[in-house]
Design a protein around this ligand. Structure first.
Ligand SMILES: *[C@@H]1O[C@H](CO)[C@@H](O)[C@H](O)[C@H]1NC(C)=O
Ligand SMILES: *[C@@H]1O[C@H](CO)[C@@H](O)[C@H](O)[C@H]1NC(C)=O
Ligand SMILES: *[C@@H]1O[C@H](CO)[C@@H](O)[C@H](O)[C@H]1NC(C)=O
Ligand SMILES: *[C@@H]1O[C@H](CO)[C@@H](O)[C@H](O)[C@H]1NC(C)=O
Ligand SMILES: *[C@@H]1O[C@H](CO)[C@@H](O)[C@H](O)[C@H]1NC(C)=O
Ligand SMILES: *[C@@H]1O[C@H](CO)[C@@H](O)[C@H](O)[C@H]1NC(C)=O
Ligand SMILES: *[C@@H]1O[C@H](CO)[C@@H](O)[C@H](O)[C@H]1NC(C)=O
Ligand SMILES: *[C@@H]1O[C@H](CO)[C@@H](O)[C@H](O)[C@H]1NC(C)=O
Ligand SMILES: *[C@@H]1O[C@H](CO)[C@@H](O)[C@H](O)[C@H]1NC(C)=O
Ligand SMILES: *[C@@H]1O[C@H](CO)[C@@H](O)[C@H](O)[C@H]1NC(C)=O
Ligand SMILES: *[C@@H]1O[C@H](CO)[C@@H](O)[C@H](O)[C@H]1NC(C)=O
Length: 461
């Protein structure tokens, strides 16, 4: 009944009529109370998804009710906005857009379920800073929940769930049946004042939360899980955003749990939008085949001013990973990661200058990245296979890489084989096992480091 053409453009007239009818109704019930009792939260008005014909039986497709509800909420933009309340139930839907001054609230045992019908996931142009989709060249599927050019949006609840039913997309990925790059669960573009909190995100087709070209974003108290053998599912990907925080969250995915990005090769260089001023705190991360906390590899717009602390990492392939490649350009600098506990991690710290995925063959290998001023401090690891594999780029060494107060218990291997370093320089103090000589030259001291007041000096004092 509703193919991928339905929505604001396809059904403009009926939506205007619906909005008028509902506005009349709302003026009768002037205080914003409606058919079902929904808590008002911080918005002066509230509507419930059932008012728009949604059925929470897990079978009825509710794409149009979600689109109509959001369209209706637009009429509250200059009245403090409105809450869209999703009660207990299983609400199957395709992709829909949000609007400004909206709170999407999922009640306890409310589950928004993504349809497995790929025709309900419209196609959009690739991001300008990437030039291509990530799975395939060309356009990509829109995400389940999208925000374009919005401000003041909250997605929250009483631990409701957003379930991407991603396994069908993972099968299409493996069997090369995808026509376009896979969709994410939640994506915001060019938006500001965004809060995502108190929810669980399950089995995204690709990434779970992807803000791009955004500012003032807060992700708080979310749980994100995907099957640990899914292909390349990331948790939260702050992408060319500034002023974002990620706190009190628990992420367990197949690829990177948190990955900071800013565009791909010449597309990212010319778009030129860094990811900066990002704060990550009190997170519990698992990345079965990727890194718990990753920087890049798409970093062509630059990555800087990143503060991450109080991080638990368990059963992961890589702990903290910095990735780039000739052709990326850009920079990763002014990063401090502190107070980390790891258990069951293959490589605790990774720097790699040869992450060779490229959007196309037009990259210029002389676009060399700058990796400088990165401090990793106060870490304890048990059951670690390799403490650090640190490889810069030949002719473009990574500099001021500083390690302080690290203690890794290496499983199964002699500690003397636990660090590998090339094309890298920096400083270290109180690191066990003893790191490679590039990081403890007698001629360097902690003054080259970002955000490091010497641990040894403190210990002596
Ligand atoms: C969602 O927003 C995009 C960008 O404005 C637009 O192209 C698309 O038609 C919208 N979809 C719906 C269903 O309104
Ligand atoms: C959103 O804003 C960007 C940058 O200002 C602009 O290029 C784009 O056309 C806008 N998109 C929509 C859907 O309004
Ligand atoms: C996290 O969210 C759950 C509901 O999803 C709530 O019960 C809990 O109190 C929240 N915790 C914090 C610290 O906000
Ligand atoms: C790919 O496109 C073909 C032809 O339109 C269609 O039959 C198939 O369902 C599409 N596959 C996916 C995964 O969307
Ligand atoms: C998350 O839940 C906690 C505990 O119920 C509540 O204090 C907080 O305000 C909620 N956050 C949002 C953004 O609703
Ligand atoms: C950063 O974002 C938060 C909201 O998440 C906001 O309160 C704060 O003012 C912003 N800081 C700056 C410097 O814009
Ligand atoms: C995160 O989830 C895992 C597995 O569900 C659990 O063992 C761990 O205690 C959780 N961490 C926090 C901080 O809630
Ligand atoms: C060490 O970590 C590996 C990988 O996570 C895990 O398979 C193994 O069981 C762990 N060993 C111990 C003794 O905890
Ligand atoms: C790239 O780096 C990895 C270690 O990070 C190493 O195993 C591999 O041989 C390198 N490849 C090239 C082409 O230098
Ligand atoms: C490293 O931690 C272990 C416990 O995991 C402890 O026994 C050892 O003394 C610590 N080593 C240093 C140099 O702090
Ligand atoms: C550290 O190095 C800087 C620059 O090389 C030098 O000015 C400073 O005196 C040194 N500090 C110590 C404590 O050696």
């Amino acid at each position: 009944m509703c193919a991928n053409s339905c929505g604001v453009h396809g059904n403009g007239v009926s939506q205007v009529i619906l909005a008028l009818v509902l506005t009349l109704f709302d003026s009768v019930h002037g205080d914003g109370r409606h058919w079902e009792q929904a808590p008002l939260g911080s918005r002066p008005h509230s509507v419930t998804i059932t008012e728009f014909g949604a059925v929470g039986d897990g079978k009825t497709l509710n794409t149009l009710p979600f689109q109509n509800a959001v369209f209706y909420v637009r009429s509250f933009a200059d009245k403090g906005g409105a809450q869209l309340y999703v009660p207990k139930g299983r609400w199957l839907t395709g992709s829909f857009n949000l609007t400004s001054h909206l709170t999407l609230f999922l009640e306890e045992e409310a589950v928004i379920i993504a349809t497995k019908d790929s025709s309900q996931w419209p196609i959009a142009e690739p991001l300008p800073s990437y030039g291509q989709g990530l799975d395939l060249p060309g356009p990509r599927h829109r995400s389940l929940i999208n925000g374009y050019n919005l401000s003041d949006v909250v997605i929250t609840g009483n631990n409701g769930v957003i379930d991407g039913q991603g396994s069908i997309w993972w099968d299409w990925f493996h069997s090369h049946e995808l026509n376009h790059s896979r969709p994410h669960l939640v994506e915001f573009l060019h938006s500001e004042e965004i809060v995502i909190s108190n929810l669980t995100f399950l089995d995204s087709p690709a990434w779970s939360i992807h803000p791009v070209y955004c500012s003032n974003v807060k992700v708080h108290n979310v749980t994100i899980k995907t099957s640990l053998d899914a292909p390349l599912t990331d948790g939260i990907v702050p992408d060319s955003c500034s002023n974002m925080s990620i706190e009190d969250s628990n992420i367990s995915v197949s690829h990177d749990a948190i990955s900071l990005k800013s565009g791909w090769d010449k597309y990212g260089i010319s778009f030129g939008r860094p990811v900066s001023d990002i704060h990550i705190s009190r997170v519990d991360l698992q990345a079965s085949s990727g890194a718990a906390l990753a920087f890049g590899s798409e970093m062509s717009g630059g990555i800087s001013d990143i503060h991450a602390n109080h991080i638990r990492i368990r059963s992961s392939s890589k702990g903290i990973s910095f990735r780039t490649s000739p052709g990326r350009g850009g920079y990763i600098e002014e990063v401090v990661v502190a107070d980390v506990e790891m258990n069951g991690v293959h490589v605790a710290i990774e720097f790699t200058g040869n992450w060779s995925s490229h959007p196309d063959d037009h990259f210029d290998p002389s676009d060399l990245p700058v990796i400088d001023q990165i401090t990793l401090k106060n870490m304890e690891g048990t059951n670690i296979s390799f403490a650090g594999v640190l490889s810069g780029i030949d002719g473009d060494p990574f500099t001021a890489i500083c390690l302080s107060n690290l203690n890794f218990s290496i499983a199964n291997l002699a500690p003397s084989t636990s660090w590998f370093c090339s094309d890298i320089s920096g400083y270290s103090e109180s690191v066990f096992p003893e790191p490679c000589s590039q990081l403890h030259k007698p001629s360097t001291n902690s003054s080259i480091c970002f955000s490091l007041s010497s641990y040894s000096a403190l210990a002596v004092a």
